[in-house]
Design a protein around this ligand. Structure first.
Ligand code: NDP
Length: 420
């Protein structure tokens, strides 16, 4: 297909989604459970992602390389071929768009598998792609479990590239399966991300965003700010204000416009998070707030959990070392810059980090020394279709989004023409 045609189809998918904005946001909430206001933010991101990649589709360029005067050497960027996309359940729509749009823009055919729990919005994207004029066979969706459909897909010898977002453990299994066919992998895995607050930061904004960083999507986020580091000068005051704001979060059904914290995705996930809370208590962490299901009889039997904060935690505790993927925050006290850098990096993960200070020199020093693929200063949970997103250490391989993603969905052919 012509590059410009590809771009037009992507623009068309974007405008079809925009047209049905409210309907698709509602479907995502029914699919996953997240509050409607978060689903709307996800749909807005998806609209923008298809638009961004629509614009890039005819700008996938090679380069010329000077060799000798009688030879012309240049590179061609070619699609990988057929790419497999394994989509998780925490952002079913946004994470599908994040990898489908660049794969389509660069000319690949796709087989995508949604998580068994949340297939609805990926199937909807496939419908829009068909309406937008994408030829049959280019975007294929296979539903089913990870253990059966997912495993078969990533092990298939005709797959030329794999994009996976999910747990580090499943990422390792996928990498192993891919190695049999030498299939390249793009992995975006877990995180246990530091959010560091220095005493000179804008206090109210930092409190509000520390809450947002962990309780959005009920904490089911690879980029959740799940380890909060507070400077000793502001420790008590900050924690008190954060507790107060956390206790006023409105828990409820996703479709209720007033809901700020929705249910977890499943009963299993709720039980998993409760088992982490239990282990935190057994290990001697101090429970500041939450730690149980809500008392409200309309919520008690659902998959809801109260937003939970622990402090007096140690780096050896399970709640500090492992990705909980729920509304559970662990809080640390620090004195010096070097100490907080060391504590922040004391994790197998390295996906995202927040740094709060108005001291530019300090911010630069911390940014340079953090082992994280993405850093936000005086901000949190910011990612655009045009900014690369990926992790250091066990948080993954390669970058999604931005022009860097082109290299993950294409391969280079190096050509030399002898004109003598
Ligand atoms: P997984 O990583 O197992 O699942 C993510 C996706 O991979 C799903 O689509 C799943 O399908 C699929 N999958 C599972 N096993 C395989 C396999 N062998 N081959 C190919 N695809 C496979 O996460 P879980 O749902 O089990 O959640 C457990 C924990 O993982 C969470 O608590 C959280 O800590 C982490 N997680 C991290 C995410 C992130 O964004 N980094 C996203 C999701 C989970 P299916 O669900 O249909 O079985």
């Amino acid at each position: 297909m012509e590059y410009t045609k590809r771009g037009k189809i992507l623009f068309q998918i974007s405008s079809l989604i925009k047209h049905d904005f409210d309907e698709i946001a509602r479907l995502e909430t029914l699919n996953q459970g997240k509050p409607l206001r978060e689903s709307k933010a996800d749909v807005a991101w998806v609209v923008r992602a298809f638009e961004y990649w629509g614009g890039l589709a005819d700008k996938i360029e090679g380069e010329t390389i000077p060799v000798t005067s009688n030879r012309l050497t240049y590179t061609l960027r070619e699609p990988l071929g057929v790419t497999a996309h394994i989509i998780p359940w925490n952002y079913p729509l946004a994470l599908a768009a994040r990898s489908l749009a660049p794969a389509l823009a660069t000319g690949n055919a796709i087989v995508a598998k949604p998580a068994e729990l949340t297939p609805l919005t990926l199937l909807k994207i496939a419908e829009y792609a068909q309406k937008a004029g994408l030829p049959d066979g280019i975007l294929n969706v296979v539903t089913g479990s990870g253990a059966v459909a997912g495993r078969a897909l990533v092990s298939h010898p005709d797959i030329d590239g794999i994009t996976f977002t999910g747990s580090t453990q499943t990422g390792q299994q996928i990498m192993e399966a891919a190695s049999k066919n030498v299939t390249p992998v793009l992995l975006e895995l877990g995180g246990k991300n530091p959010n560091i607050i220095f005493p000179d930061a804008d206090f109210q904004k930092a409190v509000q965003m520390a809450k947002f960083a962990i309780f959005t999507n009920a904490g089911q986020m690879c980029w959740a700010g799940s380890r909060l580091f507070l400077h000793e000068e502001i420790y008590e005051k900050f924690l008190e204000e954060l507790k107060k704001q956390t206790e006023s979060i409105k828990i409820g059904q996703g479709l209720d416009e007033k809901t700020e914290l929705g249910p977890l995705v499943s009963e299993d996930q709720k039980e998993r998070v409760l088992s982490y809370i239990k282990s935190g208590l057994e290990d001697g962490a101090r429970l500041i707030t939450g730690g149980s299901v809500p008392e409200d009889p309309t919520l008690r039997n659902g998959c809801f959990l109260k937003p939970t904060i622990f402090d007096q935690v140690k780096s050896s505790m399970k709640i500090v070392r492992e990705e909980i993927f729920g509304p559970v925050l662990t809080v640390f006290r620090f004195k010096s810059v070097e100490e907080v850098i060391e504590m922040s990096n004391d994790t197998p993960y390295g996906l995202y980090a927040g740094v709060w200070t108005n001291n530019l020199k300090l911010a630069q020093h911390v940014i340079k020394n953090l082992q994280a693929g993405v850093v936000a200063v005086n901000d949190y949970l910011v990612a655009y279709p045009q900014t690369p997103f990926g992790g250091y250490k066990d948080s993954g391989i390669g970058y999604e989004s931005g022009q860097q993603a082109v290299s993950r969905y294409t391969r280079i052919k190096s050509v030399t023409v002898n004109s003598s």
